[in-house]
Design a protein around this ligand. Structure first.
Ligand code: GLN
Length: 331
């Protein structure tokens, strides 16, 4: 009789767990205060589509999602996915860094079962709050057969995005999550439809396994502009960074005063990875700089924060810049 899927909702905080002083506080409120069980209970319609139970792993703003927390979350999700009584997982998450967490999980989980990361832009107390519908849709997707084997997904604002591609594009609007090649599908009124599939390897197809990862090498990002100095590069190298994402202008360009700095960084054994602050496009190898000559690496189409996640994982496998380059191009 009971054919409903079993979905575990893991609470981590964010605005979906937020509360404001009044209903007109759509953007000024306290995030990460409402427990996950209360968030689930606020959407009784969910009990018609899935057997849901909540689990509170953190109660934080996602800007504080450090590597240790990423690993802890990944390991817990992996553990749950191995249970035969779990059909899918939803993670409630702050929207600031959903893109990093979703990409990380997309690369390290070893299961075909759906994993959906969800958040909201307005707290549950606000007029036009978006969390309830987002959570409902996320549970629907996580409990569906159609979402299996498609990698970690992000469901927000009626859209299903690939964790690889999705990025936050607006500070306050409900329509903030974008993927450069569009969402994978839509969810509307209890119906989900996929229109495309992720082309890059994910979950079961990758060389990264969360069960075998207990720490990540340090990778930092330096944002660029014409007047940039060497201060941040030196500080990160001194702090023990294993790679620096050079978040360059345009096609990952390097200001004239920084070219020798990056050569020096590389000569110390630290990887140099050129990314672009433009927000879209591909950084062309040997384009703006002779990467072959300098032994540098370029990101593919990933922004700096996603490149950082991939680089950390890649450096658990290799410290050879040629191999690192292959990995940056592969995922
Ligand atoms: N809309 C949000 O979730 C942002 C709240 C908070 N900065 C976070 O990322 O957790």
């Amino acid at each position: 009789q009971d054919k409903k899927p079993n979905v575990v909702v893991i609470g981590t905080g964010g605005t979906i767990a937020g509360a404001g002083a009044s209903s007109v506080n759509t953007a000024a409120y306290q995030s990460a205060v409402v427990p996950v069980d209360k968030i689930i209970a606020a959407v009784p319609e969910i009990s018609k589509i899935a057997n849901v139970r909540g689990e509170q792993i953190f109660q934080i703003g996602s800007e504080s999602f450090n590597d240790e927390r990423l690993i802890k979350l990944g390991k817990r999700v992996s553990e749950l996915l191995k249970q035969s009584d779990v059909d899918g997982i939803v993670i409630t998450h702050g929207t600031d860094t959903i893109e990093e967490t979703a990409y990380f999980l997309n690369l390290v989980l070893k299961s075909e079962k759906p994993v959906v990361v969800v958040g909201s832009m307005r707290p549950g107390t606000a007029l036009g709050a978006d969390g309830a519908l987002n959570l409902y849709d996320a549970v629907l997707v996580a409990g569906s057969k159609e979402a299996a084997g498609k990698g970690t997904l992000v469901v927000m604002n009626d859209e299903i995005h690939s964790g690889r591609d999705v990025t936050k594009s607006n500070t306050f609007k409900v329509e903030t999550f974008r993927s450069p090649y569009g969402p994978l599908g839509y969810v509307v009124e209890n119906k989900l439809s996929f229109y495309r599939l992720p082309a890059r390897p994910h979950t079961t197809q990758t060389e990264f396994d969360i069960d075998k990862i207990s720490s990540l090498p340090r990778v930092d990002i330096v944002y660029n502009y014409g007047n940039v100095s060497r201060t941040a590069y030196d500080a990160f190298v001194a702090a023990g960074a294993k790679a620096i994402i050079h978040d360059g202008t345009g096609n990952g360009s390097v200001a004239e005063q920084i070219v020798p700095v990056l050569q020096e960084v590389r000569s110390k054994g630290v990887q140099v990875i050129r990314a672009s602050r433009t927000g879209s496009g591909v950084v062309i190898r040997n384009g703006e700089q002779p990467d072959d000559k300098y032994d540098w690496v370029v990101t593919d189409d990933q922004n700096a924060q996603k490149a950082r996640i991939l680089a950390e994982l890649a450096l658990t496998r290799t410290n050879d810049p040629k191999e690192l380059q292959k990995i940056m191009w592969k995922y």
